[in-house]
Design a protein around this ligand. Structure first.
Ligand code: SF4
Length: 218
């Protein structure tokens, strides 16, 4: 990660082995820490530690907060400091601080948005490994390996094309079925209206034929 940053590369990778914790809890990332010396300058509530020293052998920084400050702090239940004889103590390493910072970053919308791109790529890699056996090529030599990879990619593309065709065919069939159902409903409605109209309209009256006497007089 540090090597990538030095080269100007923003690695988008979730932190492995995530600690399960309450989202409300404070972490070492909430402390103000000098990234060069790893010494704590202020706690999340803005208080200055009684001491903050780093063991150069283990790389662990031990920070002691005054007991009287932490005892009356409203964030005490959420704070990672631990009660000791000399006060409230926080131990951290540079790696723990970076991991905590990355876990906090992972909760942001900006991270989720940019990670979505990688997630899509990862599903492609996973599919290639699982369905084409890309994860375990049984050939040796660069030329054969390259050919094996290219053939698997070609096979994957054919597979995806078939999936796309099937998906479009299903969508077209669903549209046609919806259209037929709509036409059927329309026809049934027209039939109902026609029957109702005929029932509500009286039959045409016919004039009675002339009597035989009237015909003889004419
Ligand atoms: S409990 Fe102590 S170290 Fe934690 S935020 Fe409060 S004052 Fe700071």
């Amino acid at each position: 990660m540090l090597a990538a940053e030095a080269k100007g590369v923003d690695l988008q990778s979730p932190v492995g082995g995530g600690e399960v914790q309450n989202p409300q809890d404070l972490t070492v990332d909430d402390f103000v820490i000098d990234e060069q010396s790893e010494l704590v300058e202020r706690c999340p509530a803005g208080h200055v530690p009684a001491s903050s020293t780093q063991d150069s052998q283990t790389g662990t920084t031990v920070t002691v907060m005054p007991a009287e400050v932490c005892d009356g702090c409203e964030f005490r239940a959420m704070c990672p400091v631990v009660r000791r004889r000399r006060g409230y103590v926080l131990c951290h390493t540079a790696a723990q601080r970076r991991s905590a910072a990355r876990r906090a970053e992972q909760q942001t919308d900006a991270f989720r948005e940019s990670y979505r791109i990688r997630a899509g790529e990862e599903s492609l890699n996973s599919g290639l490994k699982r369905k084409t056996g890309m994860g375990r090529l049984r050939t040796r030599g660069l030329a054969r390996m390259r050919m094996g990879v290219l053939l698997r990619c070609a096979g994957w593309n054919v597979l995806q094309a078939v999936v796309a065709i099937k998906r479009r065919a299903r969508a077209a069939a669903a549209s046609l079925a919806a259209l037929l159902a709509a036409m059927k409903r329309c026809t049934a409605g027209m039939l109902v209206h026609t029957i109702a109209f005929r029932r509500s309209t009286p039959p045409p009256t016919r004039s009675a034929p002339p009597a035989p006497a009237e015909l003889a007089a004419a």
